[in-house]
Design a protein around this ligand. Structure first.
Ligand code: SAM
Length: 182
């Protein structure tokens, strides 16, 4: 069992999504209008279900088999689908779609390798939007390794087409359209 499986098998989760965060994400993503969205590193699927009920065609993906099982158990038959998938090591062909109009990553970006991050950009449909919600390392007083340094947040924003940022306490939400040429 890896560390994520161990965490989820103990019944634990992560900081719940606040109303303020939901509102900021809605503002960044725009109208759902049936657009496809991948929630990468979905954990137990709270955000995936929220996006599904908002009107997106949502898929949650996570490397942790235990997280995916918990997400599926918490989801009704009309809910979103979930898949076990490791963005760093596994073939994107294992995902249910070759491209997504939106990809969201909540509290995950720090843990991805450069390869996994680059792979996600290739999964964006042309003009698709990536939205990354991450703790800001400089704002954390404990467990600073779980946060992304300000310089990396700025680099991510600058690589995205029309990248923008909203600050939410210790979190930053950065989104933008797929970089040209990806
Ligand atoms: C801090 S948790 C956040 C979970 C969820 N997004 C939330 O906001 O509650 C990080 C999640 O990313 C997943 N994860 C980490 N590396 C991953 C990778 N390479 N591919 C897919 N999922 C990954 C972990 O299994 C875990 O569920």
């Amino acid at each position: 069992m890896d560390r994520w499986d161990t965490w989820f098998a103990a019944g634990k989760g992560f900081a719940p999504i606040t109303d303020k965060e939901r509102a900021a994400l809605a503002d960044h993503l725009g109208p759902p209008a049936g657009r496809t969205v991948l929630d990468l590193g979905c954990g137990t699927g709270d955000l995936t279900r929220h996006l599904h009920t908002s009107g997106f065609k949502a898929t949650g993906a996570d490397l942790s088999a235990v997280a995916v099982k918990r997400a599926e158990e918490a989801t009704g038959p009309d809910g979103p689908s979930f898949v076990q998938w490791d963005a760093d090591t596994q073939d994107p062909a294992l995902l249910p779609r070759p491209h997504f109009q939106v990809i969201v990553c909540r509290l995950v970006w720090t843990f991805l390798t450069d390869l996994g991050r680059a792979r996600l950009l290739t999964l964006l449909a042309p003009g698709g939007r990536l939205a990354v919600t991450t703790p800001v390392r400089e704002r954390l007083t404990t467990r600073q390794s779980t946060g992304l340094p300000e310089a990396d947040i700025a680099a991510l924003q600058s690589v995205l087409d029309a990248g923008r940022r909203t600050d939410l306490g210790v979190l930053a939400l950065v989104s933008g359209r797929s970089p040209r040429g990806t």
